[in-house]
Design a protein around this ligand. Structure first.
Ligand code: CP3
Length: 344
């Protein structure tokens, strides 16, 4: 069976059209997802393979995207590591007892994904059997820093005060915690690869909060360990936001594709990453709340910036906003697919 456009682009091979998918494409912006949510809580959907696979396929059917991402959440591995959490409406994941002390870190366990999250593997197997030909299946996990942020802060944060205090004040504790997270993440992603994921994305959503030197000292060794362990399996995507100043470091982290947000031009990002990496991005998700003309202008600028060089996966710089119109997303997919660089 031939490989999809997304995988070809991830390998920087020529494609017949630029592949496109959207972070958070399954879920809140789609009416069919909202209808299912009336009957089932989010976590119940994620833990029920038939439902999770059906939700992952919704944007494939409605929008015509080139990839399906497994319906799950970055916080799902937490209970298996000994950290209980709840999803609070309007807030997101909330951890009742955040990881702050030496005793908290010592109590962490390395995840046993086959025992703790077998349903994620089952969802991927179901998806692989059901996706249309040419649509690639993306598995994912949080990057170690982003998962650590939730563990230590207890919820989303603006200043990351507790995380940074641990990093600087108790570096041994920090590295021990990051070691357990990385080992868990490797095991979790290996399970997803074995289940049939065509590509893996590591979400480092909050990495832009870090100074480059602190990224290099406290985070990079752990992110690198995750990518190194998965090297040679499937295509590896490294997603960050606010990460423009980290790109020279991220370049060496071991991913095949680096995902950038709208705060940097694609051409500039590529100069920092070098020609050997593929790039994903980078429309501002808020642009989709404007009129189509505003979307089209920005999409064309991004495509022109990529200039048809091999290795561009069109995406947003961060997740689809809940109020986004699915019609606008579908139109953008068609527009990206129809685009050809001057030389094609
Ligand atoms: O947006 C990102 O930065 C991507 C990484 C990320 C995910 N979950 C991946 C995800 C992050 C940072 C989270 C944490 C999280 N989990 C939040 C954000 C809270 C904060 O601190 O800002 C929230 C609200 C959740 C809970 C959650 N996750 C819900 C309610 C849903 C379903 C519907 C939706 O889209 O809101 C999810 C699904 C989810 N989280 C997916 C992924 C990759 C699967 C859907 C998809 O990607 O299409």
């Amino acid at each position: 069976m031939g490989i999809g456009r997304l995988l070809r682009a991830a390998r920087r091979q020529p494609v017949d059209a630029t592949p496109v998918w959207f972070m958070r494409q399954a879920g809140r912006s789609l009416p069919e997802y909202r209808a299912l949510r009336e009957k089932h809580p989010m976590l119940e959907i994620a833990r029920t393979p038939e439902l999770a696979a059906a939700v992952s396929l919704q944007p494939v059917r409605r929008l015509g995207v080139d990839a399906a991402i497994v319906f799950a959440d970055i916080t799902l591995p937490l209970p298996g590591m000994g950290v209980a959490f709840e999803l609070t409406e309007g807030v997101g994941p909330v951890i009742g007892h955040p990881v702050r002390t030496a005793a908290d870190v010592a109590a962490l366990r390395v995840l046993d994904p086959h025992a703790d999250l077998p349903y994620v593997a089952e969802t991927i197997r179901t998806l692989k059997a059901e996706v249309p030909a040419g649509v690639d299946v993306i598995g994912f996990a949080a990057a170690p820093f982003t998962l650590a942020s939730y563990m230590v802060e207890g919820r989303g944060s603006r200043d990351f005060a507790h995380v940074k205090a641990m990093m600087l004040g108790a570096p041994d504790l920090w590295h021990a915690m990051m070691g357990t997270i990385s080992a868990s993440t490797v095991a979790y992603l290996r399970m997803q690869v074995e289940a049939g994921a065509d590509a893996i994305q590591l979400f480092d959503s909050w990495v832009g909060a870090l100074a480059p030197r602190d990224y290099a000292e406290f985070v990079q060794p752990h992110t690198r360990a995750v990518f190194a362990a998965l090297r040679g399996t499937v295509s590896l995507i490294h997603f960050g936001t606010g990460s423009a100043t980290l790109l020279p470091l991220m370049r060496g982290d071991g991913a095949d594709v680096v995902s950038v947000d709208w705060r940097i031009g694609l051409g500039d990002a590529w100069s920092l990453l070098g020609p050997d990496l593929a790039i994903q991005g980078n429309l501002d998700p808020a642009a989709l709340l404007g009129p189509w003309e505003a979307v089209r202008v920005r999409a064309d600028e991004i495509l022109a910036d990529a200039a048809g060089r091999p290795g561009h996966i069109f995406n947003l710089g961060h997740g689809v906003l809940p109020s986004t119109s699915p019609d606008q997303l579908a139109r953008l997919v068609d527009h990206v697919h129809a685009w050809r660089p001057p030389a094609w």
